[in-house]
Design a protein around this ligand. Sequence first.
Ligand code: MN
Length: 500
Amino acid sequence: MKLFGQKQVWFVTGSQELYGPNVLQQVAKDSAEIVSGFQQSDLIGIDVVYKPTVKSAKEIHAVCQAANTDNNCVGIIMWMHTFSPSKMWIAGLNELHKPFMHLHTQFNAALPWSEIDMDYMNTHQSAHGCREFGFIGTRMRKERKVVVGYWAAANVQVEVDDWCRAAVGWNESQNLRVVRFGDNMRDVAVTEGNKVSAQIQFGYQVHAYGLGDLTSVVNGISDSEVNSQIDCYANDYQIAESLFKDEYQLKMLQNEARLELGMSKFMQDGEFGAFTNCFENLTGLTGLPGLATQRLMANGYGYGGEGDWKTSAMVRIMKVMSKGRSGGTSFMEDYTYNFGSTDQVLGAHMLEVCPSIAAEKPVLEVHRHTIGVKCDTARLLFTGKAGPAINVSSIDLGNRFRIIVNEVDTVTPPEELPNLPVASALWQPRPNLAVAAGAWIHAGGAHHTAYSQSITIAMISDYAEMAGVELTVIDADTNIRQFKNELRQNAAFYALSQGL
Ligand code: MN
């Protein structure tokens, strides 16, 4: 059993009748062996399903239509074993609504030097057949992934897996429901956006509920449910014995357990996969959820603070894409700088950083929350695990969306942060803070991001192409002058590609 349940990617091999039934038998056998190799590989996280070789326009059209209507099919891997004249692909590709990858591989790795003859050449003709297939994709202006190399090689399988995960993320994007508890933080621009445009572009729905609706569910959670939830906390985190003996602190912990269970029930009942809240809209609740939100994120829910539904959806989609990979994904905010020999960013939020990114077992403590609402709140404290990470921001430019990514290196803080009452991560942006923050600001990237140590640039890039959205990457090679030109050129491209 693979990681994504019923979700699957189809493997479709293109050929034709010209070389006779023996070649087609060989093609079918080789294709089945590749699929079986992918199924057995630990590097590929999704079910890859073998489909019979397509040899005519009619068969190609039929498999594309079947993929469109199959809810479990998140995309198709297409491979040309032999030559497959690509006018045959026009009708099918015209109708295909699912993402597709063109796997440019060959069944045999090495040439059989002493035996090779024209039969072998015609049967193992991907070098030729895939170029014909490539032309029609380009001629039809189709966005698709192209992966090149020997199918059994680990690097090729990792590329295949990255794309399959992006396709799973795209599928999640089509089905995701985001719940907003309250509205956006007053006066803030970047957390706003057009929810109709977002649904047209990404598929996900964003629904607002009044705090009264949530409060009544939270208040309906029983004391016994709250108490058994607190037993879970004792297992998952480091908690001082004194907290349980202090009646007031225990009460604060019970508040969080009730909030967690209430929000969880609300989202399960409404089939929501992500949520937002805002410290300005808390009427009826005990305070801004801290531990509760942290735990919901750790359980796979997307979250965005201050009503930030775009970041919440992105966190959820990235959590789905990264299933089974090491490293966590969290809502994050660029909070404060450490200027020094290497400039660094301390990322954190008021309360809500996901413990999936923690370097070690989080500590659960009760501290005063002082932004907006003032109250004591239970929260998890930890620092982010060292290693490479990415920050992803999705913004609404008014007429279209842009996704901005910065590669960063998270480091262990040089000193303890004994007075910081929230979880944090310290990172060094690539290529350096000056270029990265400059480029980020020119691109209009938000202070909120989806931070991840399990998602690759390739996955985000594939996802952006599936969505038809601009992606700009800030990495070790970024140069401000070139980056500004890239933004200008992209503006022209996306204006033209949208049509009038
Ligand atoms: Mn914020």
